[in-house]
Write a protein of this length. Structure first.
Length: 88
């Protein structure tokens, strides 16, 4: 079962590298906002896989707070982009 955790963490890490590239090179602010939200999601996923590998649920409250902050950030960013489109 350890190879499953290792493979999953490797794929999540690869997705994190690709997301970081999109975050730095994104042509628009919306691309960067989405990449940042995806990066937070990948951090939560990687932490969850690590928790499953160690069979330790201690960081669970941190994951919940991070997921809620990512959700609030996404909703706020979508609201700001919608307002910006209305100003044009």
């Amino acid at each position: 079962m350890n190879w499953v955790y290792g493979t999953t963490l490797a794929l999540v890490s690869l997705a994190g590298v690709l997301t970081t590239v999109r975050l730095t090179r994104g042509p628009s602010a919306l691309d960067r906002i989405i990449a940042l939200d995806m990066l937070v999601t990948l951090i939560v996923a990687g932490t969850a896989v690590g928790m499953a590998a160690r069979q330790d649920a201690t960081p669970m409250p941190v994951l919940v707070v991070l997921a809620l902050l990512a959700f609030i950030g996404s909703v706020t960013a979508a609201h700001l982009v919608e307002k910006r489109e209305g100003m044009r």
